[in-house]
Design a protein around this ligand. Structure first.
Ligand code: PMP
Length: 361
C-alpha cells in the first residue's frame, strides 16, 4: 500500500474551525460568529445575478477587466495594479505561493488572522509568531523579529479578532524597516468600517514592498459569494497573476461584486448602522461589567474575568440561540468575539450577557 507522504509543513496545519449556523434544540438562532453584514448585500446584487445567469454557458473573462475597472473607479486607483481572487483568502494565497517557500520565514502576530500561519505552512515556509502589545500589533516587535529569511509580514489593519488598529505612520515605519526581500501585506478586510481610511492604498503607491488586500465578504455582505482583491505595484501584480488560475472567478461573482461595489449609498448606510450599534453594544456590555477595546470593525472583543467565565458565557449565549466566536485559538481564552448584528440581535446579546453576569458573578 502506498504510504501517504504530504509535503513538509502540511500536517502542521490545523483544520479551519468554521462557525456553525445552528444550535440543536433552539429555533430562533442568530449567527454572530463570522463578521457578516446582518443586512446582506445591496439589493442590486440580485438583479446582477439574474442577468449574469443568462450567460452561464460562456466562460468568464480571464482578466476581470470590468470588476477591476469598477474597483479602480470607486477607490481612485489604477486598474492595472489590481488582482481579484476567490475571497481575499485566495489573494493571500497567491502572495504566499509567489513569495515564500521552504527555508523562508513568514511573520504574523500573536492574535493575527488564522489563515496567515496556514498559508505559510502550505508553501513549506516557517510561520513566525510575534507578540502584540495590549492586543494591538506592535511594529517594533515585528521589526526586531525580522531576519534575512523574512519574506512576508502579514498584518490586518484593523485586526481580526481584536478589532484594534495601528496608525498609518506605524505601517510606514514597518515597511521602511523591513529586510530587502520582505513584503508587507496590509490586510484591509475591515477597512470599509473605518472613516476616511484608504486601507494602505497610498502606501502601495509610494513603495515597492507593500500589498493591500480587500474583500467583498464583510461590509458588502457577500461572504457567500467569495470575492476579494489585492492592490500592489505592477511588478508584484504580474507575479501574482502567474499563479492565479485563469478562470478563478465566475460570471456570477464578477457581476455581483461589481453591482455591490457601485451601490455606495447602501455601503454608507451599512457603515453608519454598524458604527451606531457597535457603540451601543460596547456601552451596554460595559454596563454589565464586561470590557471591550475600542473596535474599528464590525465586531467587538468582549473580555471576561477568565477563560472559565468566557466559556460559560459562550454556553449561556448558545442556549439563547446566540452564536458568537470563541477566540482561545487566537491566544484570547478570556474573550468572545461578537459580530455587530442588527439592533434586535445586539439587544438580545446584551440582555443575555447581562443575565449571565447577574447569575454568575
Ligand atoms: N482577512 C481577515 C483579517 C479576515 O478576518 C478574513 C475573513 N474572516 C479574511 C481576510 C478573508 O476573507 P475572505 O476570504 O472572505 O475575503
Amino acid at each position: 500500500m502506498t504510504k501517504i507522504t504530504p509535503q513538509p509543513g502540511i500536517m502542521e496545519i490545523a483544520l479551519y474551525q468554521g462557525g456553525a449556523a445552528h444550535v440543536d434544540g433552539v429555533t430562533d438562532v442568530v449567527k454572530l460568529s463570522s463578521n457578516e453584514n446582518p443586512f446582506g448585500p445591496s439589493p442590486k446584487v440580485a438583479d446582477a445575478l439574474r442577468i449574469a445567469g443568462v450567460d452561464l454557458h460562456r466562460y468568464p473573462g480571464t482578466d476581470h477587466a470590468g470588476l477591476r475597472r469598477a474597483i479602480a473607479d470607486v477607490h481612485g486607483l489604477d486598474a492595472d495594479n489590481i488582482i481579484c481572487g476567490v475571497g481575499s483568502d485566495e489573494v493571500l494565497q497567491f502572495i504566499a505561493q509567489s513569495f515564500a517557500g521552504p527555508g523562508d520565514e513568514v511573520i504574523y502576530t500573536e492574535h493575527g488572522f488564522s489563515m496567515y500561519p496556514i498559508l505559510a505552512h502550505a508553501v513549506g515556509a516557517t510561520p513566525v509568531k510575534v507578540d502584540e502589545t495590549d492586543r494591538t500589533v506592535d511594529v517594533d516587535k515585528i521589526l526586531a523579529a525580522c531576519t534575512d529569511k523574512t519574506r512576508i509580514v502579514f498584518i490586518a489593519n484593523p485586526a481580526n479578532p481584536t478589532g484594534t488598529m495601528i496608525p498609518m505612520e506605524d505601517c510606514k515605519r514597518l515597511a521602511e524597516g523591513l529586510p530587502a526581500k520582505a513584503i508587507l501585506v496590509l490586510d484591509g478586510a475591515y477597512a470599509e468600517f473605518v472613516d476616511d481610511y484608504d486601507g494602505g492604498a497610498g502606501m502601495v503607491e509610494s513603495r515597492d514592498n507593500v500589498i493591500m488586500t480587500r474583500t467583498f465578504s464583510k461590509i458588502y455582505g457577500l461572504g457567500g459569494l467569495r470575492v476579494g482583491w489585492g492592490y500592489a505595484p505592477k511588478e508584484i501584480i504580474d507575479v501574482l497573476n502567474r499563479v492565479r488560475q485563469p478562470f478563478n472567478l465566475n460570471n456570477l461573482q464578477l457581476q455581483a461584486a461589481e453591482a455591490a461595489l457601485r451601490d455606495r449609498a447602501y455601503l454608507d448606510k451599512c457603515r453608519t448602522e454598524n458604527a451606531r450599534m457597535r457603540a451601543w453594544l460596547i456601552e451596554a456590555l460595559a454596563g454589565h461589567g464586561v470590557d471591550c477595546d475600542p473596535s474599528y470593525t464590525n465586531f467587538i472583543l468582549a473580555r471576561f474575568q477568565d477563560a472559565a467565565e468566557a466559556n460559560a458565557a459562550d454556553a449561556h449565549l448558545k442556549s439563547q440561540g446566540l452564536i458568537v466566536r470563541k477566540v482561545a485559538g487566537y491566544g484570547l481564552p478570556n474573550a468572545l468575539r461578537i459580530t455587530v448584528g442588527d439592533e434586535p440581535s445586539c439587544r438580545r446579546v446584551a440582555h443575555a450577557i447581562g443575565q449571565f453576569i447577574t447569575q454568575h458573578r
